[in-house]
Design a protein around this ligand. Structure first.
Ligand SMILES: Cc1cc2nc3c(=O)[nH]c(=O)nc-3n(C[C@H](O)[C@H](O)[C@H](O)COP(=O)(O)O)c2cc1C
Length: 210
């Protein structure tokens, strides 16, 4: 899609024809395919049906994860780590570790397990800085994953963050040390559905001005 074809009625267009966006890969041959920040932001949706015929390379996943390294983190601790299933064998194994999500992500060519190193974010010289403790590690992990899902969209990919997963099985499969907390599994692929924007709470439910 040429950028000149994208009108200012951005959200409406993206909701009406989201499949038109699937070809917008960073590896395509034209800079005209680059999406604006708002185009990336508002066309991202949780995708629960993937096109199994489309693959993603290790090089592309590296580009994606490199982008997460620009995310902010507590005292620049960078506690997030990623374990990437990209071979057929590892994909099949992880598909069996995401419970009811399995059917939703069967066609995704990449599954990414995110973890964070405990005792880093929210800690100073080994001591917990405040009441949130390792919650700050989870916070930083969420920020990193937010960069990941938005960068994925900018590259023409789609994602599903999955909190329903078996942490113990994943820890064993990837030999994840106990010093890391297993967080979300993120499916990465190409949408094979026309997603709708799920309802959001009224703005005044979530913000108060003083
Ligand atoms: C931490 C977290 C865990 C989630 N876990 C799941 C999950 O296990 N299965 C699933 O289908 N969606 C999961 N989701 C996706 C949410 O349901 C989705 O983000 C929300 O409904 C808003 O829809 P949207 O992402 O399309 O805007 C999760 C999202 C987050 C942030």
């Amino acid at each position: 899609m040429k950028k000149s074809m994208i009108t200012s009625a951005l959200v409406g267009i993206m909701m009406a024809a989201p499949l038109a966006w699937t070809g917008c890969s960073s590896n395509s041959d034209s800079s005209a395919d680059v999406l604006s920040f708002d185009e990336v932001f508002y066309s991202r949706r949780s995708i629960r049906n993937y096109d199994a015929t489309k693959k993603i390379s290790e090089e592309e996943v590296r580009e994606l994860i490199k982008a997460t390294q620009d995310a902010p983190s507590w005292a620049n601790q960078q506690p997030t780590k990623y374990y990437v299933a990209i071979s057929a064998e590892m994909l099949a194994a992880v598909q069996d570790m995401v419970g009811p999500n399995k059917e939703r992500i069967m066609g995704a060519p990449v599954l990414i397990v995110s973890t964070f190193e405990r005792g880093k974010s929210g800690f100073f010289q080994g001591n917990q800085t405040n009441e949130v403790g390792d919650g700050w590690g989870a916070y930083d992990n969420g920020l990193s994953n937010c960069y990941l899902i938005l960068k994925a969209r900018a590259m023409g990919f789609d994602t599903l963050i999955m909190g329903m997963r078996d942490a113990d099985q994943l820890r064993t499969l990837f030999s994840i040390p106990d010093s890391e907390a297993v967080m979300a599994v993120i499916a990465l692929g190409y949408r094979a559905e026309d997603p709708r924007r799920s309802e959001r709470r009224p703005l005044d439910d979530i913000v108060q001005f003083f």
